[in-house]
Write a protein that binds this ligand. Structure first.
Ligand code: EPU
Length: 417
């Protein structure tokens, strides 16, 4: 298993161009299942999760072709409607194929996604929503089987929680349902808007994406289109936090800062100096960074996907901080590893209490999930001496060539195979 070796306390200089967003790319790749006419995607990031999604789509006999930096998905000849255990267990986003497969082929069979490091992550909201559209589900031998007798029929669906994945699954299925669907308490994440934009280009009729109430007028079929994936706000936020921790001038380009309004406000309130343009954020050195209190929330609140990274920053900020994790029940796996690097964090129920101004020191640590891993990279970059991060395959799921990018910007970070 690959490891990363980091020598801390080096400078971070120059700039980084933010790649396409993993969490927009995954559902949009799945949207190719909805049309037999093909979908051309630009700005797909080069990540392990994207490769896993390609394998899953290929297992349905979708043909995927790379043309320069674009990827063409041809799903005219789908033969299989079963998503097998090996792929689903690798990536929970596999559940997103459920709605589209049923919408197009009236049935789908998917290995039940289990829990993962960050929580039990049930799929009840996906299933209840699809049931409202007329799907009946049964489970056997670890698989969930969904089918609809005739066509999906539009409905009013009130989500019990604004689940990102459930909103995506239901909106994709509803795009090919008969009549009108209204989703209330829908997730409002920018990745949902990007999916709606792509589906609308394919001929779907979706209004209200990015708000809590979406209206979807079903259509009979979808056409060929091309779409460029939005930039990754979480990757951008991660590099913003890295530069604040190293207290260097650093430019994060090719990102719409509006997508990061809440985290940027929190960072500015902590004392970070940011020059925010239309499509870039430049971190400037600041005199003091002080602790704060925050809660993770659905968009536009503070994203759970930046919780581990800001916790690393809070460990070296002045004073005390608190983070209440409200999205996932077990997303504090990085705490014990950050403490190994010299942080002083305790957890009580859903809240982490962080004592600031700790002198971080290099150590051997273990990555446990994607965002936990990157928080260890950030802490390692600020720690005195050498840090070795084990199990970096978690990191490869969401950060494109992180050691090359940070290495080019002055950091000492190498991969050990
Ligand atoms: N939930 C349920 N029932 C459901 C669906 C969700 O109880 O049917 C619960 C989950 O267990 C969780 C909460 O609702 O506690 C939020 O889950 P949500 O469905 O919103 O998340 P997701 O679609 O599984 C996406 C991202 C995550 C990100 C969350 C929250 C993708 C592929 N994944 O997951 O990204 O943390 O939204 O914003 O879009 C990451 O990139 O590191 C990552 C985990």
């Amino acid at each position: 298993m690959d490891k990363l070796k980091i020598t801390g306390k080096t400078a971070l200089h120059g700039s980084i161009n933010i790649p396409g967003a993993k969490n927009a790319a995954l559902p949009i790749m799945v949207a190719s299942l909805l049309s037999e006419n093909g979908l051309l995607l630009k700005n797909l990031p080069v990540l392990q999760d994207i490769s896993t999604m390609k394998l899953l789509l290929e297992s349905f006999r979708i043909k995927i072709k790379h043309i320069n930096s674009q990827t063409f998905f041809n799903s005219s000849n789908i033969k299989n409607h079963i998503a097998n255990y090996d792929l689903v267990r690798k990536m929970r986003a596999s559940i997103l194929v459920l709605g589209p497969l049923i919408a197009r082929f009236k049935r789908a069979k998917i290995s039940l996604p289990g829990g993962c490091a960050i929580g039990t992550r049930p799929i009840d909201i996906h299933l209840t929503g699809l049931e409202k559209l007329g799907v009946t589900f049964s489970t056997e031998n670890g698989f969930i089987f969904g089918e609809v007798k005739k066509n999906l029929v539009g409905a009013i669906i009130n989500l019990s929680f604004p689940s990102v994945g459930a909103t995506e699954n239901i909106m994709m299925a509803a795009s090919l349902a008969e009549g009108k669907t209204i989703i209330t308490n829908a997730a409002r994440e920018p990745e949902i808007e990007d999916l709606a934009k792509c589906l609308n280009n394919m001929g779907a009729k979706i209004a209200g994406a990015g708000t809590a109430q979406m209206r979807i007028e079903g259509v009979k079929s979808l056409i060929k289109t091309d779409h460029s994936i939005i930039s990754d706000r979480i990757v951008a936020g991660t590099y913003v936090i890295a530069a604040i921790m190293l207290n260097n001038k650093f430019k994060i380009s090719n990102i719409d800062p509006k997508l990061l309004s809440t985290p940027l406000k929190v960072l500015q309130n902590m004392g970070a100096k940011l020059d925010i343009g239309n499509d870039y954020i430049t971190v400037l050195p600041s005199n003091t960074i002080k602790g704060t209190t925050l809660e993770t929330k659905p968009y536009p609140g503070f994203p759970t996907d930046l919780q581990a990274q800001i916790m690393a920053l809070m460990s070296i900020a002045k004073g005390q901080s608190q983070i209440k994790e409200k999205i996932f029940e077990n997303r504090f796996m990085h705490v014990s590893e950050l403490n190994r690097l010299g942080a002083n964090i305790t957890i009580k129920n859903d809240t982490a209490y962080i004592e600031g101004e700790q002198k971080l020191k290099g150590a051997q640590v273990m990555a446990s999930d994607l965002r936990a891993s990157v928080s260890l990279v950030l802490a390692g970059l600020c720690a005195e001496g050498e840090t070795t991060i084990n199990r970096v395959y978690h990191l490869d799921r969401g950060y494109e060539k992180i050691e090359e990018i940070l290495g080019k910007c002055g950091c000492k970070i190498t991969r050990i195979k």
